[in-house]
Design a protein around this ligand. Structure first.
Ligand code: 5AD
Ligand code: SF4
Length: 374
């Protein structure tokens, strides 16, 4: 990958990367980037060096991540339509607006008919994957949810991804039998203490166990983490990537933490787009054939956030297919991008973003490229 280099200070080198351009980077950074380009295994220290990139190094990191994305998952972007069907949640995560104790949030539940109708609309617009997301809401029993999944899979030529949090192994099995293809269960942070502090009553071990169950049941499992959580370090972010590697995830969502006034973390600074993009780019180098999303949170902190993510490792975009009347109640964090859009507008916005970075839209479901295919 490296073509020539000239050391002009003790620690800096000007480097030309084939097809990438000329960058001034630290020697240590260069060594890691070169190894990443040759697909050598990266350890936690290596990943922390990449995530800690300065401006110029960041440009080199993004270029290489973009190149790897193109080589391993291609030019086309997968559009996954997300339906946020209930904002009830039994949990009290300190960072999230859907937390049980947030009495200021009006709650809603979509009926099974409404959910299936939204899925039909999303498929009609062109989505080849439907993501069903909610808080942890036991109102939707395994029976109710599996019936919804079955109806969507019967009528539409789509993949179904579930994102409904912690459930029993038995429930996961029932959803899978009903036709669910994928399951998103973000580990949020690999720091065990931080995990339990931010998600009272839960343990990282439990998440990891569930992600293993999901894989055993034949799901394409997805995880991911937030960037900029209080108490998080570069090493934690590097650990997040290593954990996803260990879990063999097929897909992941990495995005900035955005403080929400209606939560105990209201006064925290929150994550930046820059650090989120570096984490995403480093993750692409460590997990070359995983599907990475350009997340809504990235668009919320910067109006071109998703477009930028597509240029440094992401190959998935998830327009919101929730009916407009429910959207402002799915307020995980404030000022969520696209809050007043209809599903048609969200879909068109996603297409525009993809076109703005000169990429095509995938016509297939975008199943896992990591193995564990369904
Ligand atoms: N900022 C950014 N992302 C958040 N999430 C929850 N709260 C926030 C926040 N304040 C993300 C978590 C969760 C998903 C539903 O939303 O990663 O998995
Ligand atoms: Fe509920 Fe998920 Fe929000 Fe936690 S992050 S409060 S589990 S919706």
């Amino acid at each position: 990958m490296l073509w020539w280099g000239y050391t002009f200070r003790v620690t800096y080198s000007v480097m030309y990367f084939e097809g990438l351009g000329v960058f001034a980077v630290r020697k240590e950074f260069l060594q890691v980037l070169e190894r990443a380009g040759r697909l050598k295994e990266l350890n936690g220290d290596d990943l922390a060096v990449l995530i800690g990139a300065d401006r110029e190094e960041g440009a080199a990191l993004f270029s290489l991540a973009d190149k790897m994305r193109c080589r391993y998952v291609g030019e086309d972007v997968h559009i996954r339509g997300i339906i946020e069907f209930s904002n009830y949640c039994a949990r009290n995560c300190l960072y999230c607006g859907l937390r049980k104790d947030n009495a200021a949030l009006p709650r809603y539940r979509m009926s099974p008919q409404e959910i299936v109708a939204s899925a039909c609309q999303a498929a009609g617009l062109g989505c080849r994957t439907i993501v069903l997301q909610s808080g942890e809401d036991s109102f939707y029993t395994a029976e109710i949810l599996s019936d919804i999944i079955f109806r969507i899979k019967k009528d539409l030529d789509v993949a179904v991804t579930l994102s409904v949090g912690d459930r029993s192994r038995e429930d996961y099995g029932i959803f899978r039998e009903a036709g669910a293809d994928r399951y998103l269960l973000k580990h949020e942070t690999c720091d065990t203490q931080l995990f339990s502090a931010l998600r009272p009553g839960t343990f990282l071990e439990g998440r990891v166990k569930r992600l293993k169950w999901l894989r055993e049941l034949g799901y394409q499992a997805g995880s991911g983490n937030m960037v900029g959580l209080p108490g998080q370090t570069m090493e934690t972010l590097a650990g997040d990537i290593l954990l996803m590697q260990k879990l063999g995830v097929a897909m992941a969502g990495i995005g900035p933490f955005i403080p929400n006034k209606q939560t105990p973390l209201a006064g925290e600074p929150g994550g930046t787009l820059d650090l989120s993009l570096k984490t995403l780019a480093a993750a692409r180098l460590a997990l070359p054939n995983v599907h990475f999303a350009a997340t809504t949170a990235m668009d919320t902190v910067h109006h071109r956030g998703r477009a930028k993510a597509l240029k440094c490792g992401a190959n998935v975009i998830m327009p919101n297919m929730t009916p407009a009347r429910y959207r402002d109640s799915y307020l995980i964090y404030p000022c969520k991008a696209g809050l007043s859009d209809t599903p048609e507008e969200s879909y068109a916005g996603a297409v525009k973003t993809v076109e703005s970075v000169n990429r095509g839209i995938s016509t297939d479901c975008g199943h896992s490229l990591v193995g564990n295919r369904s």
